[in-house]
Design a protein around this ligand. Structure first.
Ligand SMILES: Cc1cc2nc3c(=O)[nH]c(=O)nc-3n(C[C@H](O)[C@H](O)[C@H](O)COP(=O)(O)OP(=O)(O)OC[C@H]3O[C@@H](n4cnc5c(N)ncnc54)[C@H](O)[C@@H]3O)c2cc1C
Length: 575
């Protein structure tokens, strides 16, 4: 097995990973830094897909206190308040850094100030953007800066296991597969950042890029770390529904359509949202997604089993002008957004849950930091639109600084537990070694996973459904373990990687289902039919999951209200 050595290893090249690499390099240019990524640097992950924008309290009249309160109230009092405070305060610094040091151009007002648009759940228009392609601007500039520095790259390298020392007291390195050759590589590092971006791609309809399969969360669990808030999976109401055999299905039709006055219709072409909420289509994502799911369950569905969005009453010309990109996207799939109806379905968008971490991005495993969508606790029960990319860039930078400082003071290359490396290789090799060719295609297993998660661990949950899902997931896991690959070549064997993707997704799906079963209330993205109320906010508790042997153990831990208590506010002029 190839063995490589680096001072700092960054897993993932989204906003979190690239910011970490740049900050680590700035803090300690003498250290060797390596970015290892499943895809191509700058071209994969979800930061590139960011459309809407980035929240930062920049404008006069806005304040970090306002942004903080929006984040805490939006998160239904479950966020870790120190993490949320760090997010809102450093987001301001990060936007200036993106513009002035990294070269991003954001849209501006006629007076030269940065233009900020309205996003749901915010008391002030604070979303910085570059048209509706904000992520491409951020990622292109970040990637250019990384390429220009002495930062090593391991592209198309998949991390498969965090390997500790024999005593388990610290991280020694990461086992990887070079996807181009199929060979294993062990990368020894003094500090590692987990920034593989979570990604709820275990649901039938989902928005994130296909390279995201919760690998990082699975690795963290197996390394003994706790994951918090895992039941909190955000669904975006308007995913495009273009039939089963196109990846366009599940992609987002932006929130602005509902904001501008778009109507949601059921299969009978009746508008239903006013019957569910006074704000109708302009209610928050969780409320609209739940109403849509109920309509769909009642059988009032479109030809592909979803619902419709209708914009034509706003004037087809207006819609074409205002939503050019969305009109074109729909036309590509045979729909006329401006003048007709477009089939839509709620789509899994974001995981609020992730690895428990401290505000300096360190975790309970010495040498391991976490940032971005792999981390948990910043958003609580709901993420505000615009707080996702802020989260990954803010904490990516923090992690880079922290890792560089730590490596300089106490970083050391540690001897890995060789038996753990062998065990991880054996785990990956399983479908290559299994003798009986049980089932050549993974498609039926993926379909089962999609079905189980969508029906029973999705938008509306119940104890019976969640228990059924846990049983289904155990059965899928057993079938995966028995699965034998027909193609045993190694170079770019995508079936093999698909098998590993499914393994990670099933592992993390079990945690989502177990946490959802344990939470006996309804908050934000999590809704239990038997417990429709939020419960007393003063007694807010978050779920903390860890592996005990093969079992997922969930503890409920009280939220520490370190800055503000329910019914209080930090906003001075909140009269
Ligand atoms: C369609 C869409 C639109 C969005 N719009 C917005 C928006 O307007 N505003 C907002 O705030 N948020 C938005 N988000 C959310 C936002 O994109 C994410 O929260 C954020 O970008 C995550 O950053 P990250 O660095 O954690 O992960 P990502 O940017 O997703 O990067 C993860 C990286 O990890 C790599 N990786 C995965 N597994 C492995 C592995 N095993 N080994 C090595 N590398 C691995 C991936 O290839 C990728 O490079 C949107 C998300 C989507 C899907």
């Amino acid at each position: 097995m190839k063995e490589l050595t680096t001072d700092i290893l960054v897993l993932g090249s989204g906003g979190a990973g690239l910011f970490a690499a740049l900050h680590a390099h700035q803090t300690a240019p003498e250290l060797s830094i390596t970015v290892a990524v499943k895809g191509l640097l700058g071209k994969c992950g979800c930061t590139r897909m960011v459309q809407g924008g980035y929240n930062a309290a920049l404008a006069p009249g806005d304040s970090v206190e306002r942004h903080f309160m929006d984040t805490i109230e939006g998160g239904k009092w479950l966020p870790d308040q120190e993490l949320a405070w760090k997010l809102v305060t450093l987001a301001v610094e990060r936007i200036h850094e993106l513009e002035n040091e990294l070269g991003c151009f954001f849209d501006r007002n006629p007076d030269g100030t940065i233009h900020q648009k309205a996003f749901a759940g915010q008391s002030f228009d604070r979303t910085v953007h570059k048209g509706d392609l904000t992520g491409i601007e951020i990622m292109n500039r970040l990637a250019e800066q990384v390429w220009a520095r002495n930062i090593a790259r391991l592209e198309e390298h998949r991390a498969v296991e965090l390997v500790t020392t024999k005593s388990g007291d610290a991280l020694a390195g990461v086992l990887m597969i070079d996807m181009r050759t199929g060979e294993y590589a062990f990368v020894r590092a003094k500090a590692v950042l987990l920034a593989t971006g979570g990604g709820p791609t275990m649901y039938r309809y989902h928005t994130p890029s296909g390279d995201k399969s919760c690998d990082g969360l699975g690795m963290a669990l197996r390394a003994g770390l706790s994951l918090r808030d895992m039941e909190m999976v955000q669904f975006h109401p308007t995913g495009l529904l273009a039939g089963p055999h196109t990846r366009m299905t599940g992609t987002v039709l932006e929130e602005g359509l509902r904001g501008a006055g778009g109507h949601l219709l059921n299969g009978a072409k009746d508008r239903f949202m006013p019957g569910y909420d006074a704000k109708a289509e302009r209610a928050t994502r969780d409320v609209v997604s739940r109403a849509m799911f109920r309509e769909m369950r009642s059988g009032r569905v479109s030809p592909h089993g979803g619902l419709y969005i209708s914009m034509s009453h706003l004037g087809p010309g207006n819609v074409r002008r205002q939503f050019k990109g969305m009109v074109e996207r729909c036309a590509d799939c045979g729909f006329d957004l401006a003048g007709g109806l477009v089939e839509v379905v709620p789509t899994a968008h974001y995981m609020m849950g992730g690895v428990e971490f401290r505000a300096d991005c360190t975790t309970d495993l010495a040498g391991l930091c976490v940032a971005g969508e792999d981390s948990g606790g910043v958003h609580g029960a709901n993420r505000l639109g615009g707080n996702g990319v802020a989260n990954s860039t803010v904490f990516g930078g923090v992690a880079g600084d922290a890792m560089a400082a730590w490596v300089k003071i106490e970083g050391a290359l540690r001897e890995p537990d060789r038996a753990a490396i062998d065990a991880a290789v054996a785990r990956c090799e399983r479908p290559m070694r299994t003798k009986t060719i049980a089932n050549a295609s993974l498609e039926p297993l993926r379909e089962k996973l999609y079905e189980t998660m969508w029906e029973n661990v999705g938008i509306i949950r119940s104890a019976a459904g969640l228990q059924a899902a846990l049983a289904d997931l155990a059965a899928i896991e057993a079938e995966l373990e028995a699965h034998a690959l027909a193609d045993r070549s190694r170079a770019f064997n995508l079936s093999w990687h698909d098998w590993m993707n499914l393994k990670s997704l099933v592992e993390v799906s079990r945690v989502i289902a177990a946490a959802a079963l344990e939470r006996r209330d309804s908050r934000g993205a999590h809704f239990r039919e038997e417990f429709p109320d939020s419960g007393p906010l003063e007694q807010s508790a978050y779920t903390s999951a860890r592996l005990e042997g093969e079992t997922v153990a969930i503890a409920m831990k009280p939220v520490a209200f370190t800055r503000v208590r329910p019914s209080e506010t930090l906003i001075r002029d909140a009269t």
